[in-house]
Design a protein around this ligand. Structure first.
Ligand SMILES: *Cc1c(COP(=O)(O)O)cnc(C)c1O
Length: 413
């Protein structure tokens, strides 16, 4: 096999195995809660991680393990833990390194669910401070001795601002802080945050990786490079003997297992199927998004277009440097008023009116009245949410049909 497989080849061949027992080319759905071992000794070894094998699906399962191995390869990480949802991934990834009294420094343009989670964590003694731009000056204003995590998204949603991953990684690491990136919107097709310096990457694989919107799931992948200072992260001490697997070992042996955040084998299987066409879908969706964004910009029918692929986007240079294969599949437009935004959405034929992103079908949403309805005006502005903003998750339809549809929906009477 070629030493360095290219992306689509790797999706099909890296860390993939035909089923040892039957030759089935997809790892079957091992829909079993428990796995029988031949002896008490073998089960003891499995529990002590001294022999390979499976005991109980809450801890791991062959269908899930295969999906995890394929993702770890894609992300260029040491290990991946698949979770029941993207939110379970964020909760577990963060809680694995913080304790009561600790603080998180986060980008202000985060997924709404993540902000709700961080607000909930306050009752447990974990405080989050937000910064509008992830610059050293802005971070300096909120980072303290108690800051244990810096958290940001590769492409903020719906602001579509691009994170300078190497710069933030350097900032975090010179201060001994763990850096977590939510790469759901950019996906591992465009960007591998671990290769750019992040310590852990999480994704909601409910979105582009699955592709067909048929199962909720999340991913936590560790770079295995962080230099743990046990005075800052005392709970890591028992796991340091695991070297580059310390973070994942702590996760698997503690919170992930204890919260029961496991993925179902059936959903792992659907994700493995989705993974085979993930590159092709992203290529097409990114092409459609760029074509549509350029069309919006030249149409005279919208007040503003947000897309990092447009040459006049403030994020274009950074996106061009960090991403390969395109600029993502999310586009936003501003249309003047909330009333017009609603009427445009209602006149569209193809896009589905749903709150998620990353389906093969084009999806539209009015963020302000839905996923950001709990935010204050000030919080929403910082997240790039305005009353007249429409978010479009561009799918893989024929782009001419999407342009036709937006043209008729935007036509002024
Ligand atoms: C959807 C999403 C999540 C949450 O994922 P679920 O699978 O819905 O729990 C987290 N971050 C981002 C950026 C998302 O788009």
């Amino acid at each position: 096999m070629a030493e360095k497989m290219r992306f689509n080849t790797a999706l099909l061949h890296r860390n993939r195995q035909s089923d040892a027992k039957t030759g089935a080319t997809m790892t079957p759905i091992y829909q079993s809660s428990a796995f029988e071992q031949e002896s008490a000794e073998k089960l003891e070894k499995i529990f002590h991680n001294t022999a390979p094998g499976f005991s109980y699906t809450r801890i791991n399962n062959p269908t899930i393990a295969e999906f995890e191995a394929r993702i770890a390869g894609l992300e260029e990480g040491t290990a991946t833990v698949a979770t029941a949802s993207g939110m379970a991934a964020i909760f577990n990834a963060v809680m694995n390194v913080v304790r009561c009294g600790d603080e998180i420094a986060a980008s202000a343009s985060l997924y709404g669910g993540t902000m709700d989670l961080f607000a909930d964590l306050k009752s447990y003694g974990i405080t989050t401070h937000y910064v509008t731009e992830m610059t050293a000056e802005a971070l300096d204003a909120v980072v303290t001795e108690r800051t244990k995590v810096i958290f940001a998204e590769t492409i903020g949603n719906p602001r579509l601002n691009v994170l300078d991953i190497p710069a933030v990684a350097e900032y975090a690491h010179t201060r001994g802080i763990f850096f977590i990136v939510d790469n759901t919107v950019a996906t591992p097709y465009l960007c591998r945050p671990l290769a750019l310096g992040a310590d852990v990457v999480i994704e909601s694989s409910s979105k582009y990786i699955n592709g067909s919107g048929n199962s909720i799931s999340g991913l936590i992948t560790d770079a295995g490079r962080f230099r743990w200072d046990v005075r800052r992260y005392p709970d890591m001490e028992p796991y340091l003997k695991m070297g580059p697997f310390a973070y994942t070992a702590k996760l698997r042996n503690a919170l992930f297992r204890d919260t029961g955040a496991c993925l179902s084998p059936f959903n792992a299987y659907l994700n493995s199927v989705g993974l085979e066409t993930f590159g092709l879908r992203m290529e097409r969706a990114c092409y459609n998004a760029l074509t549509l964004a350029e069309w919006f910009a030249s149409s005279g029918l919208v007040d503003a277009v947000g897309y990092p692929g447009l040459l006049d986007s403030p994020d274009h240079a950074l996106a061009a440097k960090q991403f390969d294969g395109g600029y993502g599949a999310m586009v936003t437009i501003r249309v003047g008023s909330k009333e017009r935004a609603f009427s445009v959405i209602n006149r569209l034929n193809y896009p589905l009116k749903v709150s998620n992103i990353g389906d093969s079908k084009t999806l539209v949403l009015h963020p302000e009245s839905t996923i950001f309805c709990h935010g204050t005006e000030e919080e929403n502005r910082r997240a790039g949410v305005y009353p007249d903003l429409i978010r479009i998750s561009v799918g893989i339809e024929d782009v001419e049909d999407l342009i036709w549809d937006f043209e008729q929906a935007l036509a002024r009477e």
